[in-house]
Design a protein around this ligand. Structure first.
Ligand SMILES: Nc1nc2c(ncn2[C@@H]2O[C@H](COP(=O)(O)OP(=O)(O)O)[C@@H](O)[C@H]2O)c(=O)[nH]1
Ligand SMILES: [Mg+2]
Length: 411
């Protein structure tokens, strides 16, 4: 759960768990269809040909103002197949609540129980206990003739006596009821864990800035980019993620300490990204699920197997959220460049003379290899350099028309 007191925003993560084919993806599809346009993002599904979820499905939704805070939920599903065990664990990272989608069919009882055990084991590794978490069971596929009676399911599966909702996800029945129930449990928990956290800010008198509520004092601001504020906790998180993404070693530090100079440099890059995202918003640039899918698949291609990729992420302590954010940023950068610079292809056209020139001036880099042997590498090098130049120009232009304040004392 992330709380941004400055923006009065709370962001929660809900994970739909359950055996393969129980209806998790269907649940997300129904939520996506039924939630009003302005309150939802794109549904991102990364599926194999067989229409089975490969990584996870992702849907951000906005439940509106709850007790004075904007409440955002990130909905995730997990892949059901046994061989994606490590992905299932990764998706659970940072979960605030779990919805277990059970398949009511008599012949699925064993799979349901196995999946529930798998869920408990995975949570255990994060030091979490299902019985202490916001947890809802959905009895799905109630329409099928071989569905077991609910009392029977309760007896065999619901050992914690978690709240349950019967559903026919295929027709949408029970889907929103399940989500609402889970969301309310998460929000209740937020209020008991941090008494008054959600209400304090809303009730605080606005006219006396000298007596800011304690929540705001805690949340120091490191910079302002136009109307947006960057809190210190967000910045700290950003620094850690950038360090992990760029790490050259397999294992990373739990918490990397940065010098003041490094912090300032990271803040500059965060400001650049912030400006870029604001600009994208102004230009109504959005990232479609297909575009995100291409980026994520591109990343996955670097690994021979899924297990290898999951291990890579786990070693670097990177979550799927981190990956998705990076991918989104990359897509946005590409789209803005294309919009801002209409003659982009012209700029990226590289003549043979230029390639040779670059090769000779940077010959040290190529360790004495012949021109022909490294030509492709040289061209890629030039393209990267141009891309960096273009981005620099863009950042400069954006900074000229923006108001940026840095609070160094809070770094
Ligand atoms: N009859 C019936 N079929 C359902 C229901 N919910 C989902 N399905 C079907 O079950 C299959 C698997 O659903 P899916 O959402 O992909 O399962 P996932 O593997 O848990 O993501 C699909 O063919 C769905 O159309 C339901 O309530 N009743
Ligand atoms: Mg699925």
């Amino acid at each position: 759960m992330q709380i941004n007191y400055g923006k009065r925003e709370v962001s929660c993560k809900l994970v739909y768990y359950g055996p393969g084919m129980s209806g998790k993806t269907t649940n997300l599809e129904v939520v996506h269809q039924r939630v009003p346009e302005k309150s939802k993002g794109d549904l991102t599904s990364i599926a194999t040909e067989g229409d089975r979820t490969l990584f996870f499905d992702f849907l951000p939704i906005d439940l509106g103002q709850v007790r004075g805070m904007t409440t955002k939920f990130q909905l995730y599903t997990v892949p059901g197949q046994i061989y994606y065990a490590s992905t299932r664990k990764l998706v659970l990272q940072g979960a605030d609540g779990v919805i277990f989608v059970a398949d009511s069919q008599a012949e699925k009882i064993k799979e349901n129980i196995e999946s529930l055990t798998d869920l408990q084991q995975n949570l255990d590794e994060y030091g979490l206990k299902l019985e202490e978490m916001p947890f809802v069971i959905q009895w799905n596929k109630r329409d099928l003739p071989n569905a077991l009676p609910i009392e029977e399911l309760e007896k065999q599966i619901n050992t914690f006596r978690a709240p349950t909702v019967p559903a026919v996800a295929a027709t949408g029945e029970g889907v929103l009821a399940t989500l609402k129930l889970a969301a309310s449990l998460v929000l209740d928990r937020l209020n008991t864990k941090e008494p008054g956290a959600a209400t304090k800010k809303a009730a605080a008198p606005a006219e006396k800035p000298a007596e800011a509520p304690p929540a705001e004092k805690k949340e120091a601001v490191v910079a302002k980019i136009n109307a947006d504020q960057i809190s210190r906790s967000y910045f700290t998180q950003y620094c850690q993620v950038q360090y992990r993404l760029g790490a050259r070693t397999e294992e990373v530090d739990d918490f990397k300490k940065f010098s003041m100079d490094e912090k300032k440099r990271l803040l500059e890059s965060l400001i650049n990204h912030g400006l870029l995202l604001q600009d994208a918003k102004k230009r109504s640039i959005v990232v479609s699920k297909e575009e995100l899918e291409v980026q994520l698949k591109e990343f996955a291609r670097r690994f021979k197997t899924k297990e290898e990729m999951d291990a890579h992420l786990a070693h670097r302590k990177l979550s799927l959220d981190n990956l998705r954010n990076e991918a989104t940023k990359n897509v946005i950068i590409g789209k803005i460049i294309q919009k801002v610079i209409p003659n982009l292809n012209e700029k990226f056209r590289i003549t043979e003379t230029e390639v040779k020139e670059y090769y000779f001036t940077n010959s040290a880099k190529y360790g004495g290899k012949s021109f022909d042997a490294v030509k492709a590498e040289v061209i890629a090098g030039i393209k990267n350099q141009r891309k960096r130049e273009l981005l620099d120009e863009m950042f400069k232009a954006l900074r000229r028309e923006s108001s940026i304040t840095i609070f160094e004392e809070n770094l």
